[in-house]
Design a protein around this ligand. Structure first.
Ligand SMILES: [Zn+2]
Length: 319
């Protein structure tokens, strides 16, 4: 698909400077000499000012007492870029109920920062960030989340230590090395003639339908995962499958493979354990939904690859 990389989080050609990851001393020297910028995350939320990631100097007071080196994200215009995790900071006025909603609307302001610099939910700002800032923050979010949930060695159970500027954890006890994980997920635009197959999960907001999706299993090619998931969830057999576009989705660590598939059947039989409903919608109904004028169907969320695939299907731009 020619437009594949224009999807949100579709990449910005970031130079990840992987050859520097093993040089802890060199990285520290770059930070001390002012040749580095640091972005900040707090519990998965990036620090932004308007629609831009805030880049702070390495000696900013926020980072003085953290006691850990930041993770290396890459290199930009001759300067190195890192991320620091400030999740240990406890704001005074946390609204925990609001933070636990699907799209956390709360913003956190650290007293060491100007008033217009805020930690915000990535889902809320992802479509307004530049491609570079989107890549930086989704990378940071995924890797930081992995460190939080993989502190202990999966081989021997001892606590492991961060290595390679954040791109590895090493176990001092048994010598095992662990690397940040990415979970492959297929999401598929299944069509039959003028219609597209959409489903909804229990608990979704009323009227919300999206493309069917599911995790790829070990030993399974992407095409087979598409056919299996659609058959399991909707009882529809799928013929030809083709890959369209991919999207890193750091909620917490998926890589979405957007595919198109041709349905061989029309009659839907849902698996009620997996989904609450599935149905065919015509192109005309999808146009109505995106205009906010469909009586039932709400449009897929902007920024998600489902939205991107559906809009390009409607515009005949899947080639
Ligand atoms: Zn171990």
């Amino acid at each position: 698909m020619k437009l594949a990389e224009t999807v949100t989080f579709g990449g910005s050609g970031l130079d990840r400077a992987a050859e520097l990851r093993g040089d802890a001393q060199g990285l520290e020297a770059a930070r001390k000499s002012g040749r580095a910028d640091i972005i900040a995350h707090w519990r998965g939320k990036p620090l932004v000012q308007g629609d831009t990631l805030v880049r702070l100097p390495a000696d900013h007071p926020l980072f003085v007492d953290l006691g850990v080196a930041p993770l290396l994200l890459g290199r930009e215009g001759g300067r190195l870029l890192f991320v620091h995790d400030l999740s240990a900071w406890q704001p005074d006025d946390l609204d925990k109920d609001a933070m636990n909603t699907f799209l956390d609307p709360t913003e956190q302001h650290h007293p060491c920062l100007p008033d217009d610099q805020r930690f915000v939910e990535l889902r809320g700002c992802m479509t307004r960030l530049s491609a570079r800032d989107a890549e930086l923050t989704t990378t940071a979010k995924a890797v930081l989340s992995w460190h939080r949930s993989h502190r202990f060695c999966a081989v021997c159970g001892q606590e492991s230590t961060l290595a390679m500027a954040g791109w590895q954890r090493s176990c001092g006890s048994c010598g095992a090395q662990h690397f940040p994980r990415t979970d492959p997920v297929v999401i598929m635009l299944i069509t039959r003639g003028n219609n597209v197959l959409m489903g909804r999960s229990p608990g979704w907001p009323e009227g919300m339908y999206s493309l069917l999706a599911g995790f790829v299993e070990p030993g399974e090619p992407i095409e087979a995962a598409v056919r299996r998931e659609v058959y399991e969830e909707a009882g529809i057999r799928v013929g030809e499958v083709r890959y369209l576009s991919s999207q890193p989705w750091a909620f917490p660590s998926s890589l979405m493979f957007g595919c198109a598939g041709e349905a061989l059947d029309e009659e839907i039989t849902i698996d009620p354990v997996e989904i609450e409903d599935a149905r065919w919608f015509s192109r005309e109904e999808m146009v109505q939904a995106f205009a906010g004028e469909h009586p039932l169907l709400k449009p897929a969320r902007e920024g998600a690859i489902a939205h991107f695939l559906l809009q390009n299907w409607l515009a005949d731009r899947l080639d």
